[in-house]
Design a protein. Structure first.
Length: 497
C-alpha cells in the first residue's frame, strides 16, 4: 500500500466518524426523546475522542511529512494540505487545554441560557472572561502573524485576516448606514396588511416551501426536510442531506425563506462530488462560501420580483384567504421590508451586516485586550446606536442574544457577512455569464443558476482556499462592491429613494 492510500484510508474513516456525529446531531434536534440527552452526549463525546485520537495518531503525522515531499496531483495535494491544517490544529493544543475548554463550554452554555432569560449579564460575565482567556490561549498555540484575531478567523474561514476584513467591512458600513437611513425616512413603506388577515397553516407552508426547494434542485431522494427549534442543515454526506425549518402560522415568510436558505446549504452539500466522498476534495470549503449559497437562494433569488412573478399564483392558491388582488409588486415590497431592529436573526438583508460588525468590533477588541468583558453591555449599546440607530432596552435583547460566545465560537460571526458578500459577487458573475437567469427564474427555471454554482463552486470541494475559489469563479478579489450595488439598485426602487 502506498503512503497516499494509507493516508486516504485513515481520512475516510475520520470522515465516517464525522457522518455518524452529523446524523446523531440531526436526530438530537429533531427526533430524540427528552430523556435521551444524557446518553447522547456520552455518544457524541465518545465519537469526538475517537476522531481526536485518530487525527493525532503519530502515524498520521509521519504520513503527512512523507506525502509533503512526494510528487502529488493537485487533488491529492489539496487533501494533504487540508488534513495538515486539521492535524496541526489538533496536535498544537495540549490535552489539558482541550479538556478544560470542553468542560467550560457546557457550563458556560448553561449559565448563558440562565443569564439571558434573567437579563443578568453579571452572571455570565465570569464565564465569558474565562472563554476569552481560553480562546486567546488557543490562538497563541495555533499561531498568527499580525493579529491574534487572525488565528481565530482562520478556524472558520481559512486564510482570512483582520487586514483583509477591516477595509472590506468599513467600506460596506460607509455605504449601508446612509442607505438604511434613507430607507427608514422614506414615505414609501411596504404594505404588509395582507399578513394580518388570517392564519397561514403549517401544513400549507410545508407544502409550498418544499415545492420551492424541489424546484431549486434539492433532491429529496438524497435528503429530508424536518422541523426543529433552530433551523440547520446537516446530514451524513452528499446523498443524505438533512435540513430543518420551523413554522409560524402568523407569518409564512420565516418558513419560506428559512427553507430557501437551508436549500442553498443543502444543494451545496448534494453538489459535492461523490468520487471524493470522505476526503476534503469532497467537502465544502468554508463557512463563508457555504453561507454564500444559502444567502443567494434566500435573498437574491427568493426576494426577487421574478421569483414572485412565477410563484404568486401558487402562493395565493395555497393560502386562499389572501386578497385576490394581492399583486407581485406588493408581495415583492413586503418581503423586502427594511427596519433597523435589535435582534440579528430577525433582521433584514440591508441591516444584517451591521449587526455582524458590532460583534466583529467587540471580538477583535476583546482578544486584543483593548476592552474588558465588563465593558461589553455599554460597548454593545453604543455600537448599536452608532450603526443601526437603535439602543437595546436590556441585555437580553442586546449583548446576551447570541449563543456563539457561550460556546467559545469567537471569530465565527464574520463568516455571515462574508457569505453575503460572496453571494452577491457570485450571483453577479453568474449573471454576467448568463444575463437570462432572471427571465428563467420568472418562469420557475432555476437550473441555469444551480448549474453555474455546481460547476464554479460545488464540484471543487476544498481544492482551493475560499478566497482563491472566489477569485477563480468571479475573476475578482473578495469585495463588497457587488453586494452594495445589489442593495442600492434593489432598495432605491422599492423605497423610491
Ligand atoms: Zn446559513
Amino acid at each position: 500500500m502506498t503512503d497516499y492510500d494509507n493516508f486516504i484510508g485513515r481520512v475516510k474513516e475520520l470522515s465516517l466518524i464525522g457522518s455518524l456525529s452529523g446524523l446523531m446531531g440531526w436526530d438530537q434536534e429533531t427526533m430524540m426523546p427528552p430523556k435521551g440527552g444524557k446518553l447522547r452526549s456520552d455518544m457524541m463525546a465518545f465519537l469526538s475522542s475517537q476522531a481526536h485520537s485518530r487525527m493525532t495518531d503519530p502515524v498520521m503525522g509521519e504520513l503527512l511529512d512523507s506525502l509533503e515531499s512526494q510528487n502529488l496531483t493537485a487533488e491529492q495535494s489539496a487533501n494533504v494540505r487540508e488534513v495538515r491544517q486539521s492535524y496541526d490544529k489538533a496536535t498544537k493544543l495540549p490535552a489539558e487545554l482541550v479538556e478544560e475548554k470542553a468542560r467550560h463550554k457546557s457550563k458556560s452554555l448553561q449559565v448563558w441560557q440562565e443569564a439571558r432569560s434573567e437579563n443578568d449579564f453579571e452572571k455570565f460575565k465570569p464565564y465569558l472572561e474565562k472563554t476569552v482567556e481560553l480562546t486567546c490561549k488557543t490562538a497563541e498555540y495555533y499561531g498568527y502573524e499580525d493579529n491574534i484575531y487572525d488565528a481565530l478567523l482562520d478556524i472558520f474561514e481559512p486564510g482570512m485576516t483582520v487586514s483583509q476584513l477591516d477595509p472590506l467591512f468599513s467600506g460596506l458600513r460607509e455605504s449601508i448606514i446612509p442607505l438604511v437611513k434613507a430607507i427608514s425616512e422614506s414615505p414609501n413603506q411596504p404594505d404588509t396588511s395582507f399578513l394580518d388577515i388570517g392564519k397561514f397553516s403549517e401544513e400549507k407552508q410545508r407544502e409550498f416551501s418544499m415545492k420551492v426547494a424541489e424546484s431549486i434542485g434539492f433532491d429529496f431522494n438524497a435528503g429530508r426536510m424536518d422541523t426543529s427549534t433552530h433551523p440547520f442543515c446537516s446530514g451524513a454526506g452528499p446523498n443524505d442531506v438533512r435540513f430543518t425549518t420551523r413554522y409560524d402560522e402568523e407569518f409564512p415568510f420565516g418558513c419560506l425563506y428559512g427553507v430557501m436558505h437551508e436549500t442553498g446549504h443543502g444543494t451545496y452539500e448534494q453538489g459535492l462530488l461523490e468520487v471524493h466522498e470522505g476526503t476534503p476534495m469532497g467537502q465544502a470549503v468554508s463557512l463563508g462560501i457555504h453561507e454564500s449559497q444559502s444567502r443567494m437562494w434566500e435573498n437574491m433569488v427568493g426576494r426577487s420580483k421574478e421569483f414572485w412573478q412565477f410563484y404568486i399564483e401558487e402562493f395565493k392558491n395555497c393560502f386562499d384567504h389572501l386578497p385576490s388582488d394581492l399583486n407581485v409588486d406588493t408581495l415583492h415590497r413586503a418581503v423586502n421590508t427594511v427596519k433597523p431592529s435589535l435582534i440579528r436573526v430577525e433582521s433584514d438583508e440591508a441591516t444584517y451586516n451591521l449587526h455582524i460588525m458590532v460583534r466583529y468590533e467587540i471580538e477583535k477588541q476583546l482578544v486584543n485586550g483593548n476592552i474588558a468583558v465588563g465593558d461589553l453591555p455599554d460597548f454593545w449599546n453604543s455600537k448599536m446606536e452608532e450603526y443601526l440607530g437603535v439602543t437595546p432596552p436590556n441585555d437580553t435583547k442586546g449583548v446576551l442574544q447570541d449563543i456563539h460566545w457561550s460556546m467559545g465560537a469567537i471569530g465565527y460571526f464574520p463568516t455571515y457577512t462574508l457569505g453575503n458578500l460572496y453571494a452577491a459577487q457570485l450571483y453577479a458573475a453568474a449573471l454576467a455569464d448568463d444575463p437570462n437567469i432572471p427571465n428563467k427564474i420568472a418562469k420557475g427555471e432555476f437550473t441555469a443558476l444551480l448549474d453555474w454554482m455546481r460547476s464554479h463552486i460545488h464540484v471543487h470541494g476544498s481544492k482551493l482556499l475560499p478566497a482563491d475559489l472566489l477569485r477563480q469563479a468571479t475573476g475578482k478579489d473578495p469585495s463588497s462592491d457587488d453586494f452594495v450595488r445589489y442593495l442600492k439598485s434593489k432598495y432605491t426602487k422599492i423605497y423610491n429613494i
